[in-house]
Design a protein around this ligand. Structure first.
Ligand SMILES: [Zn+2]
Ligand SMILES: [Zn+2]
Length: 176
């Protein structure tokens, strides 16, 4: 079956991108994957909020957009974000931002320690239908690692608690 964008008929599905529930009645994105437990070539579906799908699974998301039956609210922005995630192949790894609580993690971009209190971005790697936490980069190493600094929208999406002052600090760190 092709990937799908459809209205959630129950509120039971959990989004693979952010881990929270997908409310009944909103549009959701479903990625079809081979079911490893089926002998007969069966498939399973992993559900995402539309934003989470555009950010985390850009290729199948765009396929689902092409096959969508009706207009998608905010569709142009979502398509643009997904295309950006294909152009910059590491961009879908970006997860929440925060200040390093310790000085023990090493930046995956510059391979130096991330000082306590410094802004960093958490990364997730996607493999075989799963997202695994995969370390951090300095916010200031974003341009080098991600090949773009246009990451603020996805960071805000995956870091709901950011205050205005945090966003300002982070923006400054991203563009050094
Ligand atoms: Zn989500
Ligand atoms: Zn770094």
């Amino acid at each position: 079956m092709p990937h799908v964008i459809e209205t959630a008929t129950s509120g039971r599905a959990t989004c693979r991108g952010c881990g929270s529930r997908i409310a009944s009645g909103i549009l959701r994105f479903g990625e079809r994957l081979p079911n490893p437990y089926a002998d007969d070539g069966g498939e399973m579906t992993q559900w995402f909020h539309l934003d989470c799908g555009a950010y985390r699974r850009p290729e199948p998301f765009l396929e689902a957009v092409v096959g969508a039956e009706g207009p998608i609210p905010d569709g142009d922005r979502l398509i643009q974000e997904a295309q950006s995630g294909i152009t910059h192949r590491r961009l879908p790894r970006v997860s929440a931002a925060g200040r390093a609580p310790t000085g023990r993690a090493t930046c995956r971009a510059c391979k130096t320690l991330i000082d306590k209190g410094t802004w960093r971005l958490a990364l997730v790697f996607y493999e075989d239908g799963r997202f695994a936490p995969s370390g951090f980069i300095h916010a200031r190493c974003s341009a080098a690692y991600l090949e773009t600094t246009a990451v603020m929208d996805r960071i805000r999406h995956f870091t709901p608690g950011l205050e205005d002052a945090d966003i300002e600090d982070l923006r400054a760190a991203l563009t050094v």
